[in-house]
Every structure is written in C-alpha cells, then in structure tokens.
Design a protein around this ligand. Sequence first.
Ligand code: PMP
Length: 428
Amino acid sequence: MTTSEQCFEQAQKHIPGGVNSPVRAFKAVGGSPRFIDRAEGPYIFDVEGKRYIDYVLSWGPMLLGHAHPSVIEAVTQQVQKGLSFGAPTEIETRMADRLCEIMPGMDMVRMVNSGTEATMSAIRLARGFTGRDKIIKFEGCYHGHSDSLLIKAGSGALTFGVPSSPGVPASLAEHTLTLTYNDPAGVEAAFAEFGEQIACIIVEPVAGNMNCVPPLPGFLECLRKCCDQYGSVLIIDEVMTGFRLGLTGAQGYYGVTADLTCLGKVIGGGMPVAAFGGRRDIMQALAPSGPVYQAGTLSGNPAAMAAGLAMLEQISQPGFYDKPFAMTTQLVQGLRERADAAGIPMTSNHVGTMFGLFFTEETQISNYQQVMACNIERFNRFFHGMLEGGVYLAPASYEAGFLSAAHSLKDIEDTLAVAEQVFATLKD
Ligand code: PMP
C-alpha cells in the first residue's frame, strides 16, 4: 500500500512544496498532508483507505457533499459532446440567466476560472469605470493572489500598503489601503481623506480566510454608504459566502447589495469556475462591449457550466438550507459544550454553513488582531487529534470550516465523540 507520506515525498520532487496550493501542505499545523483518493457525500478517503468526515469540502464548493449524483450525471452528459470549443454555447447563457435571477443587484455576469481571476477582474473593471487607482481592502480578508491584493497594511493607520509577497511591486502596493475589518470609523476616516481617489472597496461579507468572522451590525452598511457618497464601487467578494448563507448569499442575508459581486467555489460544484457580475452600467464597460480588457480561453467551459447549473438546481429546492444550517449550529454548540466540560477556553462563530473555532478566553472575535492572538499551538493539537480520529478540519487555525447537505446527525455525533476525547488531551 502506498502511504500519504510516500506520496508527499514523491510529490516534492517536481512540485514546489509538494502541493499546487500552499495550505494543502499542512505547513501551519505540521505533519504531512493526507493524499486523497476519492470522496463521497460528507466523506473523503485517503490513499490508505482511511475515511474522514470532511469539514473542508474542497475549501467550500461541495455544498451538496462530494460526488453528488446529479452533478456527476450532468458533467458526464456534457463531456460526451466535447470538452471545450472556444466559442459561445447556450449553456453559458443559461448560467448567466440563472445567476442574474438569483443574485441581488446582478444585471450581467462574466464567467472566469478561479476566484483570483474574478476579484482581479472586478478590481480592474472598478478602476477602469471610475478612472481611479486606489482600492480599499481589509486586514485578514483574502481575495486570491493577484498583485493588488497581496498587500498588507502599512505602518500607520491610514498609510497605503506594502507587498505581503516578494514579487509584488511596491509601486502597486501604494494603491491599496488595508483597513481593520468591522471598524466603520476607520472606513469613514479613509474616505474623508482619500474619497475622491478610491475606485473601490473589496470585502468578504463574512470573513472566511481569518477563520470565520461575521460582520458586526452596521459594518457592511457603512461600506455601502461611503461608496454611494464618493462614487466608489462596492465589490462584495462572495467567492466563499456565495450560496453558503442561503441562495442569495451574504447580500441577501444581510440586506446590503454590491455594485459588483464575485462568486466562485459553490457555483462550479467542484469544477474550476468563478464569476463576477453586477450593475449593468459597470459591466458594460467590459470588452467587447466596453474598453476594460478581460478574457479567458476556457472561461464558461461547458462541462464546468453543467456542474454549476446542476448544483444551482439542487440548492434552489425549497427548504434546502434548513438541514445544513441546523447541522452547523448543532456541531458548533456541541463542540463548545464539550470544550467547556473539558475546561478548554474556546469560542466560536458560525453563520449559514460556515463556522470557526477559536481557542481563546475572549468571548467575541471580530477582527484579525483577535484571531491572531488565539492559541495556535492548541488548535494544532486539536487538529491532529481530530484527524487521527477520522475528522478532517482545515489544516490551519485561520480557515473557516464548512458543512454540506450530506452531513447527517450521525456524522455530527461521531465528530463530537471524537472531539470529546481530543479536548481531554488539550489541557496542558
Ligand atoms: N475570494 C475569497 C473570499 C476566497 O475565499 C478565495 C479562495 N479561498 C478567493 C477569493 C480566491 O479563489 P481561488 O482560490 O479560486 O483563486
């Protein structure tokens, strides 16, 4: 039998770090990653045949659980006709029609292949549309790895940023202002000083890349108000939250509508699909109807559209969200009760089918500084204990967890039974 460790060793010969996306390498938690052979419903199976209850779900997309029969069937049907044509297809129009029907404020939409492309293109469009260069993002939010977004805060409160990765020009970082999440006063101050120069704000409406941090009441509303007042574009990045907080995403959930919305993950049902869309007057500035350039050889790929449409059909069924929402609450409450009983200080956030656990004495976590102050070493031990017990959590303390409609009460109970044992080992 080949082990995950052997696979990892082999992978490192020709793949940098042995993985095609860094977090998969388990660097944050230590140890070597499990190599996955297959997945079904709420479970993934590694190359050694071990089964795990999966709360990563390919980092979000598998809202129906893995290998859902209707998604697999739709893709299988579509691939018989060929994999890609580089010419328009009707299935792309069906996807665009459906997205514009569902998503608040979405008059037009363009399909791309990754969340990174969606946010990068939305920012270019916002800059092209407004004729301004500066953008605002928030500390702890991740929007993919394009240059303008790999920027961390500068040294002062209202200073423009510095690159957070080598290879990003400092001259580009100068255009990105990084503010504190859930701090409306900081946003108002930034607009008071630079409002006329700001092309857009980009925000995760529930931050899922610094664990799980929902917006405090008034935060998203403040972003909307500032953008309206100064003619800036509000980009709500729903790559993660899209369809995880309900069919209409975080915008439907919180009642704040973007000018441009980015989608990804769930809309592809596990295929490489993302999209950006929004106000007609802004979207029409895109090539070929307008001057802002954006393109993609495989964009709107028919097999990927088939997967996405099958996914959307399933999750549009009335009552679809009742069970996964209830399961998420049950899981999180159960974990908190067991941590309490074991005397382990832990708090949590959850919204829709997203959740986050924080090993801390604090009772409410609402920004990046607080997330970073949590006990990471304790999380890492929790992670490995759960993994050993057959529960697959995100291999880093700053990632959100996800539930699917395939998780059953029995899966939750099994997870809690493992957690009870693991919490008992975390005391010192
Ligand atoms: N935006 C958000 C909110 C994300 O969570 C991610 C990925 N985790 C991205 C953008 C980037 O998407 P991708 O990895 O598909 O490029």
